[in-house]
Write a new protein. Structure first.
Length: 362
């Protein structure tokens, strides 16, 4: 008989719980230049940070790898990753380039054009040119009834340049444009990391929730603080107030004693709140009705009407995301059925409360 040496073995297994909550739309598409130089220009879905880092690396000197950690800050269903790192040469003479150009972003967008996801984050500070590229992609996907929303980061030197940038966001799909580096749980993040963190925050937020005047529990500091002075008629004077008016995602300190920070207003450049933007994408995506394609016309019309009725009930009554959806189903020809969504009726967001007080001295 051979006696064995006492030993304890610990086997770690990561179990991913599938998200079945219809209010969480949390599949993120991440475009960047990563440490890995093997998996290039191939959309890869990863369901956890360890899985992603095993493929794309964990070098914290590379923006995309650090952003990846924040994309998985809290568990999400998955991240669709496109690695835009480029190489030339081979063997010992290989040269690696990790600059994320407009051409690379366009190519990456084309690679994921037919793949469904909810939020897009491109790992770079947005110039107006890059912004236009991403915004145009969002517009084309919305037209194809595969909408997504995106988070952007960037700074400008003057309020006039910020205003010009905001005017270029015409798709209505910008979930947030962040200009301030954030401290999260006492860790100081770069602006690019902060954008990835905000993407995760939005992804894990129920689609019907606004962030206007909401406390950001994990934010503990700001790399850039704004002031918010307005004229007596409400006209913004300070940059912070102007940025809110332009539709940028602005964070401010509201309680120095307990170090509490809030999002001032989560409405975008089009004036629609974050929740309205996300719910619109959700509704349009569901109303694509792709399962009716390939059916006989007569059957398809009845199926589409039935499905539209189901979706109406789902979004208005079951999920309570919207007050009303006005739509019609029309036969155009033997091969075409038009589903026309003429109006989405949202509940407004309270941004002003008047408190009246009467003081009596006896």
């Amino acid at each position: 008989m051979t006696n064995s040496i006492p030993d304890i073995t610990v086997v770690s297994e990561i179990k991913k719980i599938k998200n079945d909550n219809p209010l969480i739309r949390d599949v993120v598409c991440l475009i960047g230049c990563f440490e890995d130089t093997e998996t290039l220009n191939t959309p890869t879905l990863c369901k956890s940070l360890p899985e992603a880092e095993a493929i794309f690396g964990d070098d914290e000197t590379i923006d995309a790898n650090v952003a990846l950690k924040q994309i998985f800050h809290k568990d999400i269903s998955g991240c669709l990753i496109v690695n835009c790192t480029s190489t030339t040469g081979s063997g010992e003479n290989v040269n690696v380039t990790r600059n994320l150009t407009e051409a690379k972003i366009k190519a990456a967008c084309n690679l994921v054009r037919l793949i469904d996801f909810d939020l897009l984050y491109v790992v770079t500070e947005f110039t107006d040119t890059i912004l236009t590229t991403v915004d145009d992609f969002a517009k084309s996907r919305f037209k194809e009834k595969r909408p997504f929303d995106y988070v952007a980061v960037g700074t400008r030197n003057t309020d006039a340049l910020y205003a010009a940038t905001a005017e270029k966001i015409t798709s209505g799909r910008c979930a947030a444009f962040l200009t301030q580096p954030l401290g999260v749980n006492d860790d100081i993040l770069t602006l690019i990391e902060s954008g990835a963190y905000l993407t995760n925050l939005i992804a894990t937020l129920p689609v019907g929730n606004s962030l206007t005047a909401k406390v950001l529990d994990e934010v503990t500091s700001l790399g850039t603080e704004y002031t918010f002075k307005c004229d007596t008629d409400g006209t913004p004077i300070d940059l912070g107030a102007k940025l809110v008016g332009y539709g940028f995602f602005v964070v401010r300190l509201i309680n120095a004693l307990d170090n509490t920070y809030e999002c001032v207003n989560s409405a975008g450049p089009n004036g629609l709140d974050l929740y309205m933007t996300r719910v619109t994408s959700y509704i349009v995506n569901e109303f694509a009705l792709r399962r009716a394609l390939g059916e006989y016309n007569e059957v398809s019309i009845d199926l589409i009407k039935l499905e539209c009725g189901r979706l109406y009930t789902k979004f208005t009554d079951t999920l309570g995301l919207i007050k009303d959806i006005k739509y019609s189903v029309e036969k155009e020809d033997a091969e075409t059925v038009n589903v026309i969504i003429s109006e989405l009726v949202f509940a407004g967001i309270v941004t002003k409360i008047n408190v009246f007080i009467s003081i009596e001295v006896q």
